[in-house]
Ligand binder design. Structure first.
Ligand code: NDP
Length: 392
């Protein structure tokens, strides 16, 4: 029997890795929807190849080009956020949620409402609206499977275990592009340097977030939201080799580590075939040639993102939406060359300090309140950048 599959963010790094796995066993799948953003040419190529029922670009200005590229193929073209949500409501057995940023939340929620299995790469969904995402899945009976490598690793280490027996969870961080750079040099790093990861091949935004450790900050919050583990039992450790993805520590002192190559096709493939394990086209590690694995504590002074994540986890409620919205806006500004690398954390910290008295933790999480908090956080970052420019 063929499985119905939708891939949201199919033109991105996770999306292309998902397409790669699907294309290896094409007959087993019926593709319902593929979606992209500005790269309508890649979306059209994927659609002509995989023949989904519908291909959606997030941007209305790309609609005409997409439609023309798909002319005569029988694949429907659509554009805009509403079209993404409509596509997410089409019946599917397995949906990959791999749009980057908070934009992934609305279609992800729609897919969960259908009760399908959703493979969640879009960590921002859990960071901005964890309680809403988990409650939506529970209400519809949907299965939510983690795709982030650390969370897939924790999930796999917990198979057959009682969550009550878990004492702590440790997620690893490669340390990103600047892990060996002296702190004083961080102020002057370039966009190109920040966009190159030492171990993983990922989209530009998550690669820069890895260099600032904002990615690890998002993952700490994601761990709390997905697994329901207390903040003080979640740790991050720097592991430059990126081979151990996460460890789960149990009451009896045992630590279960998940070890594998830095290839997202493992976590994607695990979620695709879950609860089975099937052969995947990933490298098999030769431990003797690797020789040693190293670990060190992260420097929270050098990387404020980790400290800020702990505040978000303690505060709860809309704190994650504010944190993520501010981070996304600061990242936009760094990519556009309007602020320097270290300004990203400074801007986010300023926004959080100013909004920390607003009772964010007490506001109920709904799509509207999350959007509003996200919007305000982005405005505050713009104001921070404006004030700084005026000060010269
Ligand atoms: P990419 O930037 O490579 O791809 C993002 C995808 O989202 C593309 O299809 C892009 O379209 C689309 N997109 C961009 N903006 C919008 C928008 N406003 N609305 C709808 N779609 C949009 O990202 P990654 O694949 O690296 O990451 C995707 C998600 O997975 C992120 O949440 C990331 O944190 C997470 N993740 C990624 C990992 C990785 O290895 N890459 C590892 C673990 C988690 P287009 O390119 O056509 O503009």
């Amino acid at each position: 029997m063929t499985r119905r599959i939708s891939i949201f963010g199919s033109t991105g790094s996770i999306g292309c890795n998902t397409v790669d796995l699907i294309a290896r066993d094409r007959e087993a799948y019926e593709i319902v929807a593929l979606t992209g953003g500005r790269n309508f040419e890649k979306l059209a190529r994927q659609a002509l190849d995989l023949k989904p029922k519908i291909a959606v670009t997030a941007y209305p200005e790309c609609y005409q080009d997409l439609k023309e590229a798909l002319g005569g193929s029988g694949v429907e073209a659509a554009a805009g956020e509403d079209a993404l949500c409509d596509a997410a409501q089409r019946p599917s057995d397995w949906t990959m949620s791999a749009i980057v940023g908070a934009a992934g939340l609305p279609p992800g929620l729609k897919a969960l409402e259908q009760g399908a299995t959703v493979a969640l790469a879009n960590k921002e969904s859990l960071v901005t609206a964890g309680a809403l995402v988990m409650a939506t899945a529970k209400a519809s009976g949907a299965t939510l499977l983690p795709v982030d490598s650390e969370h897939s690793a924790i999930f796999q280490a917990l198979v057959g275990e009682d969550i009550e027996a878990v004492e702590r969870v440790i997620i690893t961080a490669s340390g990103g592009a600047f892990r060996d750079l002296p702190t004083e040099d961080l102020a002057h790093v370039s966009l190109a340097d920040a966009s190159s990861h030492p171990n993983w091949d990922m989209g530009q935004r998550i690669t820069i977030d890895s260099a600032s450790l904002f990615n690890k900050a998002l993952e700490l919050i994601e761990t709390k939201e997905y697994f329901g583990i207390d903040t003080n039992r979640i740790e991050a450790v720097v592991h430059p080799e990126s081979l151990v993805h996460a460890l789960v520590g149990f009451k009896d002192g045992a630590l279960m580590a998940h070890v594998g190559p830095p290839d997202m096709r493992h976590a994607i493939g695990y979620a695709l075939h879950w609860p089975e394990r099937r052969a995947l086209p990933v490298e098999r590690l030769d431990l003797a040639s690797i020789g040693q694995l190293t670990f060190r504590a992260p420097d929270e002074e050098r990387y404020p993102a980790l400290r800020l994540a702990r505040w978000v986890m303690e505060e709860g409620g809309l704190a994650g939406a504010v944190f993520n919205g501010a981070k996304e806006r600061a990242l936009d500004a760094f990519i556009d060359g309007r602020i320097a690398f270290l300004d990203m954390a400074a801007a986010v910290e300023d926004v959080i300090e100013k909004m920390s008295g607003d009772g964010l933790g007490k506001v109920a999480i709904g799509l509207d309140t999350v959007r509003e908090a996200d919007h305000i956080a982005r405005q505050r970052v713009d104001a921070w950048i404006g004030n700084r420019s005026e000060r010269g």
